[in-house]
Design a protein around this ligand. Structure first.
Ligand SMILES: [Zn+2]
Length: 525
């Protein structure tokens, strides 16, 4: 199947999904084709970094914008306008509007670090990083050399992303070229903005995972030529991690980077203490980051996942290079890797670009809402270590405070902050006109039974009337709620997920014309 055919199929699929879902909405509602549509709800997004606005429980609101009764106007997959419903509705007479009550619309979530071929083993018991890789991860990833298995895995993977409100990922492929090729095809069907690449590994791994440096180079090059910059697809040159990569493989990454400076670079750094020591030793570098600097890889569009054991000096070098770190709190606690120093990374004057990542399957969730929950707890542990109460010599009041992840800092980090971390903020991250229309319709009462009564503390059964109430509800979502708070997920102006409706992208038949009928029949069974 050609790329063009896939894009065409994507349009058919989106149209089919539109039909399939329209029964659940009021007659005047639209769910996104090429027409201009409106989204009426509470609308919240960010224009700046909340850490730059100083401390406080819900402070940082100067970095955010909240419209209690807002209207987003979407056209051709992009944001055309945003404002209050009262002001904007007169400007667009006859506009088809989806109206939501008790919902906040936020930009689509950005997951800066995830591994699609680990979808099935998330939550596997495996203790620390290195034995966990050998016991669970490498055997599972090797299965993705089989096209049918890869297809099944990718279907589960994308369904899970959408059900969790994640619309953009930076992803690790396996060492299999065909699996990454299939990935781009599946992402294209859904028209999602993704960054992915073949994860190069040529030592400290089983034979079936090894990619010789020349083969890695050739396969990466073929995929870059075929997919990078086509539709919403982007390619990341991906040395998996320096401990698993020889000098020759890292040198091939440097060569690819010189030939394709427009591509992203995605890897791991300083995740686990043993791994950190081994990587630096084996590459004869003074520290882990040095392994990548040696080959000219560290600069803008470079992301290193984890960074738990980065030194102050490495943080400074990342800042100066314009490079990013992906904070993966679920993974770091699940595998016992350690506590990422959020307050250090956000230090004024050398604020490092950050994404937050699920690191699924090292992280035991797809949900960026759960990632915020865990990030908050990691931050609070760091806060205690630095507030002077443990040992006065560690006392650093300012850094302690920057570890506190209030709602504004949190939701910034998985929307505009994540987009900035990936150098994608010219395309996604907030609702400025011209941005790609990826967004999530959040139900702040969605989650465990306890959620709704807890949330009613903020504004009863009414919608938030100001940014302070919105921030408190969003904190409730991240602290008490879960993926059930995601009511709908929209990608490039099309709704691809609705809570409670069977996910149509699981079934190829849904892409065929007339699928709305099939879909309804299936639901009734
Ligand atoms: Zn990872």
């Amino acid at each position: 199947m050609t790329f063009e055919t896939l894009i065409k199929n994507a349009c058919v699929a989106a149209l089919a999904l539109t039909c399939a879902l329209s029964g659940s909405l009021p007659a005047t509602a639209a769910s996104g084709d090429s027409e201009t549509i409106g989204i009426r709800a509470g609308i919240l997004d960010f224009v700046d970094d909340p850490w730059s606005k100083g401390p406080g429980v819900v402070r940082g609101d100067e970095a955010a914008r909240f419209i209690p009764d807002g209207l987003l106007v979407i056209s051709d997959g992009k944001v055309k306008d945003r404002g209050s419903y009262a002001d904007l509705s007169a400007k667009y007479p006859g506009l088809k509007v989806n109206s939501y009550t008790n919902r906040i619309v936020v930009p689509g979530f950005v997951d800066g670090h995830i591994h699609f071929p680990q979808t099935r083993v998330l939550g596997a018991y495996g203790e620390q990083l290195l034995p966990w890789l050998q016991e669970w991860i490498f055997p599972e990833e090797m299965k993705y050399r089989d096209a049918a298995y890869a297809k099944e895995g990718l279907t589960h993977f994308f369904d899970n992303l959408l059900a969790n409100g994640t619309t953009t990922v930076q992803d690790y492929g396996t060492s299999s070229e065909s699996a990454v090729d299939q990935y781009f095809q599946e992402a294209s069907k859904r028209n999602m903005r993704v960054i992915v690449g073949i994860a190069g590994l040529d030592r400290n791994a089983p034979e079936g995972m090894i990619t010789p440096p020349q083969s890695f180079y050739d396969a990466s090059k073929r995929l870059i030529e075929k997919y990078h910059g086509k539709g919403r697809n982007l390619y990341a040159i991906t040395p998996r991690f320096a401990y698993g990569d020889s000098d020759e493989l890292l040198s091939m990454c440097g060569k690819l980077h010189k030939e394709y400076p427009d591509c992203w670079i995605n890897t791991h750094v300083s995740e686990n203490p043993t791994e950190t020591r081994n990587a630096a030793e084996e590459h004869h570098c003074k520290d882990y980051l040095g392994c990548y600097e040696k080959y000219g890889l560290v600069g803008p569009k470079f992301t290193a996942g984890h960074g738990v054991w980065l030194s102050d000096n490495e943080f400074e070098r990342l800042y100066k290079a314009g490079a990013s770190v992906s904070f993966c709190p679920n993974s770091n606690t699940f595998l016992g890797s350690g506590l990422f120093r959020l307050g250090k990374a956000t230090e004024p004057g050398q604020r490092v670009r950050l994404t937050f990542g699920s690191d699924m399957g090292g992280g035991n969730t797809f949900s960026m809402i759960n990632v915020l929950n865990q990030a908050y707890k990691v931050g609070m542990c760091n806060n205690t270590m630095l507030d002077g109460s443990v040992d006065p010599k560690w006392h650093n009041e300012a850094e302690a405070e920057r570890n506190k992840l209030n709602a504004m800092r949190a939701f910034y980090s998985i929307t505009l902050g994540g987009a900035r971390g990936l150098y994608l903020d010219d395309k996604i991250g907030n609702f400025n006109p011209g941005k790609e229309a990826d967004f999530v319709v959040l139900d702040w009462n969605g989650g465990p039974m306890a959620t709704k009564w807890h949330q009613s503390l903020i504004c009863g059964d009414k919608a938030p009337q100001n940014i302070d109430q919105a921030a408190q509800l969003l904190f409730g979502v991240m602290a008490v709620g879960d993926d059930r708070a995601v009511d709908e997920t929209w990608v490039a102006g099309k709704r691809l997920y609705k809570k409670g409706v069977e996910t149509p992208t699981r079934d190829e038949a849904m892409y065929a014309e007339g699928s709305s009928k099939k879909h309804k029949e299936k639901k009734q069974k």
